[in-house]
Design a protein around this ligand. Sequence first.
Ligand SMILES: [Zn+2]
Length: 269
Amino acid sequence: MGDKKNKNCVWNFMVCFGVVTLLICCVRPNKMVGSSDPKKENTFYQYNIWWGFVNKVFEGDLTVKELKTKGDIGLGSYSKLDGELVMLDGVPYRIREDGVVDVPLDDELIVYVDAAFFEPEDSFKLQSTNFDSLIVKINSQLPSLNQFYSFKVKGNFSYMKCGGLYRQEKPFEKGLDELIPQRPVFERVNVKGTMVGFYCPEFIGNINVAGYHFHFISDDKTFGGHVMEFNTNELDVEYDPLLEYHFTLPDSKDFLNVSLEKEFQYQKK
Ligand SMILES: [Zn+2]
């Protein structure tokens, strides 16, 4: 009888152990699939550091194909400053120095970019506004200026002024501190489109653009660039707080040897 009881106990233990093991095996693969999902929400992805970009690291090794795995919105620049980059709904656009917009091939290279998968957490509307008043309103709406944010701002703009970049060839002589004040400028009236943007707190220093940075692409995909000024009657602002930050540094001699002498930040809004 005692023997039988012991055998039953051992049998019950083995059955329980088997069931638990089976459950763990069933549950773990799902967890692993979840954690290896490249579409990381709430993550600010950055390629290159702003400081390197300012100091003439103008060639990058991030491909357009790779960028598409890092987010569905983004802004930045292509290698050799061959155009401003704005990514919207997973499509990276390029605005060249003459203002012409196209979609680059997957193997083309990027020198600097911010990107994220956009999952808006909140939104608000704004009437009759310009760049300065938009920033005042955003500052009053955000729960804190000590975290990162991504933005999609849609509107019908009565005026939009965007900046581009002149393509550079080696040896690169001028840093962004000299090139940006002399950048090509594109203007349009009565244009519908979307501004894609990012906010970095002041503590980011020279690693990225401190404050707000927006790039624009028109709905008809014929006009865009780095947002400098605008006027509009109504804006739809959506934003998403980003609590994680992911860097990729350029794997190039230019980056390894760059001397981070010059500093440049856009004028604070
Ligand atoms: Zn820009």
